[in-house]
Design a protein around this ligand. Structure first.
Ligand SMILES: *[C@@H]1O[C@H](CO)[C@@H](O)[C@H](O)[C@H]1NC(C)=O
Length: 445
């Protein structure tokens, strides 16, 4: 009886209070900007505020990039000795975090902060493990809207799903108890498979080790080849590695709970235009959060053109919230692979993408009937579809900006598509009889 009561109590603690997916946030994947990829630990109030101002002046805010996230190294060397509350580095953030948050809010943006479910953060500042309530309450008092929660120095409290779950659920409950809706972005690098247990406690969870600004470079510091059974997630994960991790995980995500492929590297200089287009497209298709990681105060027009492709952003923010999945992946003799991805969008549309990670161009025929619509009913399999190429913006002249170039009507197959090395083609497919009517509605908006 005693044992049963204990088990029940444990279950009440773990099983009830943690339904953080009901915080109403991230109904579509969150979008924003984060300090880490460009600035690392070298941040200050000025880094954050100048980026926030640039999000407004560049127009990025109006494309949906709304969270300004202060990553690691904002903390003072120690907690407040009296209250044990977290406090900010007095030289980097002399006015404290609340003053910064107020200014970010005045710009019509939201503000995020970073901590760690361990004794220290990855940058060896104080972590939140065993300080969850006091930290959540402090963040709420600073009017924080978003928490990225890392996994360094976790004192070995990992290795089993339930142990990881409980460590991260504690912060979920603490955030919930503050009464302030705070988006919870869990960052345990895919350890113990958070897609299986974080769906009820977090709004998003990282699926792999940290991204690096490279397309396909193999690096042993990112040692795993698949997200499943990865015991050492590592870091320095190239874009194509993370794409491979993400491929089987789409089924677990949906409104309020997303697979996070890590922050974007577009504009940081390590990849070509075509490679950054691949990076942005796949992140959008699988409904990853789109969190910029470049210096938004200094951007080339090429960088801006990628991250403001609103046809691609609309795929990411589609209200159905159903990640695209990889239908097939074919290794090429020259190295790399050709991959076909597809997924449903609102209003009966379908997103289709053909990715070539190999170093040479390919000519590929897509089988609409047998590949893309294989799980659909016969009428859908046999239907004709009008395709719009979302990276060719030939329709800009008539202000239908959410549509790419109309490349014609196809039935059963799309033959002989030329796709260059490290390039992706992304189409929105709409039943041919409906396409022009739907397009007309967009024109009216
Ligand atoms: C706390 O959780 C409950 C139950 O899931 C939910 O209804 C509520 O909106 C949450 N509150 C906050 C502030 O996240």
């Amino acid at each position: 009886m005693q044992l049963l009561a204990t088990a029940l109590l444990l279950c009440l603690g773990i099983c009830t209070a943690a339904a953080h997916d009901d915080n109403g946030l991230a109904r579509t994947p969150q979008m924003g900007w984060n300090t880490w990829n460009k600035f690392g630990c070298g941040i200050s109030e000025e880094t954050v505020l100048s980026a926030a101002r640039a999000l407004v002046s560049s127009g990025l805010r109006d494309f949906g990039y709304e969270y300004v996230i202060i990553d690691d190294c904002w903390q003072a060397p120690s907690r407040d000795p009296q209250t044990q509350s977290p406090r900010a580095d007095p030289t980097r953030f002399p006015r404290g975090i609340k003053a910064v948050a107020d200014e970010v809010h005045e710009l019509g943006l939201k503000v995020g902060i970073y901590s760690d479910a361990g004794k220290f953060t990855c940058g060896r500042r104080f972590g939140s493990l065993d300080f969850e309530e006091i930290d959540a309450n402090t963040y709420a008092s600073w009017e924080i809207d978003y928490l990225k929660y890392d996994n360094c120095y976790n004192e070995g409290r990992a290795g089993y799903d339930l142990i990881s779950f409980e460590r991260f659920a504690r912060m979920s409950r603490a955030l919930n108890a503050t009464g302030r809706p705070i988006l919870y972005s869990l960052c345990n690098w895919g350890e113990d498979g958070p897609w299986n247990w974080a769906t009820t406690i977090a709004n998003s969870w990282r699926i792999s080790g940290d991204i690096t600004d490279k397309f396909d470079r193999y690096d042993d510091r990112c040692p795993c080849t698949s997200a499943i059974d990865c015991k050492l997630p590592g870091f320095h994960c190239a874009v194509t590695r993370i794409i491979d991790y993400s491929a089987p995980l789409g089924q677990k995500a949906g409104p309020g709970r997303w697979n996070d492929l890590d922050m974007l590297e577009i504009g940081n200089g390590g990849m070509s235009y075509d490679e950054y287009v691949v990076h942005f497209s796949i992140w959008a298709l699988v409904k990853s959060p789109l969190v910029l990681g470049n210096d938004v105060t200094k951007m080339t027009s090429e960088t801006l053109s990628i991250i403001t492709n609103d046809a691609i952003i609309a795929v990411n923010q589609d209200p159905v919230g159903s990640p695209a999945v990889r239908l097939w992946r074919e290794p090429q003799e020259a190295g790399g692979t050709v991959q076909l991805w597809a997924g449903p969008l609102a209003n009966g549309a379908t997103i289709i993408a053909l990715l070539n990670t190999s170093p040479i161009s390919q000519i590929v025929t897509i089988d609409l009937e047998k590949d893309v619509f294989m799980d659909s009913d016969v009428a859908q399999q046999k239907a004709a579809y009008r395709l719009f190429d979302l990276w060719q913006r030939a329709d800009e002249s008539n202000l239908v900006s959410r549509w790419g170039k109309d490349v014609g009507v196809f039935q059963s197959q799309v033959p002989s598509i030329y796709v260059d090395a490290h390039q992706i083609k992304v189409w929105k497919a709409v039943p041919a009889d409906a396409a022009l009517a739907v397009k007309e509605q967009y024109r009216l908006h």
